[in-house]
Design a protein around this ligand. Structure first.
Ligand SMILES: [Zn+2]
Length: 417
């Protein structure tokens, strides 16, 4: 799909809503209460302003009230072939013919440059959650020999990866780092004795520092990927490594201003709201897991026209500063590039008699910088380039800033005066 959505994207969405309204008791009730007749929706703006969102608590509470699937189940129970569970717990049934996120994962794997015949080592959990099995099926469909590594047992995993000559790693970046440490403890050289050349990194944030470390340890090229247990795979990196391409095959994705609900534009931060297209067992409409993404403007050098996004963080931490939506994690990504800096706090003020807000970044010093003025200038420039607003920079001892301003919650990272 494109963003904003094209008439063809909307037509596919409307077909899905018609089916869901007929088969899902939950959405039949929600649509009726909102006075929505899916077949009569006129376009995307009509859909956005009239069809209610489904939050994670809506899904959990309805499944608790009507166990196990809630009123979301849209097929006869004896048609279900398998069942995944995600924390909540949330029950996610699947029909045998429903391929879930497999086709888009196959595309993501191809975009990494994985070739048929490679040996793929999958180390996501195969227990209970959908991740491990989903990736396993996708690597099989890509023509790979797949090792169902799962989690834990790291010494055995290193032995298996070495003996099979695994060339592709798939799992969390922290477990890959752990495999590197384990290999060294076993007297092995992760670069020479293991043969990973490509890595599918998922389920955790792949920070620039971690990526550099892992690439140095293994001689591996890592590809960041984002998925969500209920809605499935969302976006993956290509060989340009300049943002993650949205997988639009079976999702209608919206990116909305969390305050106004209006669609956001290229370069801006928005909340993801996703609708399953063509899902049958438990289709979700306007599901909002509470995640914020930033759009990467422009075209990708790889030639794939799918929009690119970068995961920013939980939507609850987003604030509007000088009219621009900012997540503290974006600022943290900049301050963490400077070794002298620790926590920070953004102070937004509207001086008396002035129409415009001012934003001041109080950056906490962990060590005395060699040239404070140069550090302040460099920080202000990178902040402007990243979050697109001008902030005054003030360097202060880190101890002057509240602990609660720090990651991952950033509870006091922004104050208004
Ligand atoms: Zn690309």
């Amino acid at each position: 799909m494109t963003w904003p959505p094209s008439p063809a994207d909307f037509a596919r969405l409307r077909d899905t809503l018609v089916w869901v309204g007929e088969h899902s008791p939950y959405y039949r009730r929600v649509f009726a209460a909102a006075g929505v007749q899916p077949a009569a929706l006129g376009g995307y703006d009509d859909f956005r302003s009239r069809v209610p969102r489904t939050s994670k608590p809506d899904l959990v509470e309805n499944q608790r009230a009507h166990p196990p699937f809630g009123e979301f189940l849209a097929v006869p129970r004896d048609a279900i072939a398998s069942l995944h569970t995600s924390p909540g717990p949330i029950y996610i049934p699947r029909l045998a013919e429903e391929r879930g996120g497999t086709p888009v994962l196959v595309e993501a794997i191809a975009a990494m440059g994985v070739r048929p015949g490679e040996v793929a080592h999958v180390t996501l959990s195969y227990h209970i959650m959908p991740g491990g099995l989903r990736l396993h099926r996708a690597f099989e469909e890509s023509g790979c020999l797949v090792i169902n590594g799962g989690t834990g047992a790291s010494r055995l995993q290193v032995e298996i990866a070495r003996d099979y000559g695994a060339t592709v790693y798939a799992g969390t970046p922290s477990f890959l780092a752990h495999l590197g440490d384990t290999a060294r403890e076993m007297g092995l050289d992760p670069r020479r004795d293991l043969r990973y050349r490509l890595g599918f990194s998922t389920a955790e944030s792949l920070t620039p520092a971690l990526r550099r470390d892992l690439e140095a340890t293994f001689g591996i090229e890592l590809f960041d990927h984002i998925g969500e247990a209920q809605i499935g795979p969302v976006a993956g990196e290509c060989r340009a490594h300049a943002g993650l391409h949205l997988h639009a095959g079976d999702l209608f994705c919206e990116f909305l201003d969390p305050e106004t609900g209006a669609p956001v534009e290229a370069g801006a931060v928005g909340e993801l709201v996703a609708t399953h297209l063509g899902r049958r067992a438990l289709p979700l409409v306007r599901y909002a897991p509470g995640d914020a993404y930033r759009f990467v403007p422009g075209e990708c050098p790889c030639g794939n026209p799918a929009p690119r996004v970068v995961f920013v963080g939980q939507v609850g931490a987003i604030r509007k500063i000088k009219g621009v939506l900012v997540h503290p994690a974006q600022v943290h990504a900049v301050t963490s590039q400077f070794t002298e800096l620790g926590r920070f706090q953004i102070v937004v003020e509207r001086p008396a008699g002035q129409r415009h807000e001012r934003a001041r970044l109080r950056a906490g010093l962990r060590a005395a910088p060699a040239d404070p003025a140069a550090l302040g200038r460099a920080l202000a420039e990178r902040i402007k380039a990243t979050v697109l607003i001008q902030m005054d920079v003030e360097l202060v001892p880190e101890s002057e800033l509240p602990e609660a301003a720090g990651p991952p919650a950033f509870a006091e990272a922004l104050v208004r005066r």
